[in-house]
Design a protein around this ligand. Structure first.
Ligand code: DC
Length: 238
């Protein structure tokens, strides 16, 4: 396993927060010299736009109007991902608690999903044109965004483990509160009417509760190789 191997096609990595999804998806893309798309960052940027517009997140019509006129741009370089809203880098702000609370209702609006899924498909099609590869992470990548992805992985972990990872990552001490927030968001994301979070029928489910990032990464690499998606770079030849 050496950096420089190439990925061909789409690897869809879905699952709830705290499963290690972002780290693993980004590192797999970097390892395989592929592009990387964080679809959650796009919903977060949309939610920030809604908050900035002063619109009530439960008003679906107003929310979709704001998102329709928002300019959201995401970079696909796994080594330096960027998220822009109206040309401003909002990579940090979208990780704050105000956006984390607003993103579930905003991402449940079907018109918002329609707009962002269309944009995600354009990005994916650009990245894969000419035989390139991209690792795409989210909640509905394998079910809705790219239902014909040649490799779909759905990561899970217990709520306790996911809360512990989130708390450590964000430097929060109140574990019980983090766990309640994680469970609240899961409930919302998996029961919404449009594209609820769920594993695609043909997804490989991987429980990461007892696995570290390296183990998950290794497993995903193995799966990509087994599906014929990794093109080994030929070294020492010109
Ligand atoms: O992965 P994340 O925590 O940054 O995602 C933020 C929110 O965006 C999450 O609560 C659900 C939503 N989301 C979604 O509905 N569909 C996606 N493909 C990605 C994220």
């Amino acid at each position: 396993m050496q950096r420089g191997d190439g990925l061909r096609g789409v690897v869809a990595v879905d699952g709830p927060a705290g499963t290690g999804k972002s780290t693993v998806a980004r590192r797999l893309a970097a390892w395989l010299g592929a592009r990387y798309l964080d679809t959650g960052a796009m919903y977060r940027a949309a939610a920030l736009g809604v908050l900035r517009a002063g619109v009530d997140t439960s008003d679906a019509t107003a929310v979709s109007e704001v998102v329709a006129r928002s300019r959201i741009e995401v970079g696909t370089d796994p080594d330096s991902s960027s998220v822009l809203l109206e040309g401003e880098d909002v990579s940090r702000e979208i990780r704050g608690s105000a956006v984390t609370t607003a993103v579930s209702p905003v991402s449940a609006v079907s018109q918002v999903r329609g707009l962002l899924v269309a944009q995600q498909r354009r990005i994916i099609s650009d990245a894969t044109a000419g035989g390139g590869g991209i690792v795409v992470e989210g909640r509905d990548v394998g079910t809705v965004v790219v239902p014909d992805a040649p490799l779909k992985v759905f990561l899970t972990a217990t709520a306790a483990q996911r809360a512990a990872r989130r708390a450590a990552q964000d430097g929060v001490e109140d574990l019980a509160e983090v766990r309640r927030a994680v469970e609240r968001r899961d409930r919302f994301d998996s029961t919404r009417a449009t594209s609820p979070m769920c594993a695609a029928e043909d997804a490989v489910e991987l429980d990461t509760t007892a696995l570290d990032i390296e183990a998950v990464l290794g497993r995903l690499h193995e799966l990509a190789v087994a599906r014929g998606l990794v093109v080994l770079a030929v070294r020492g030849r010109t």
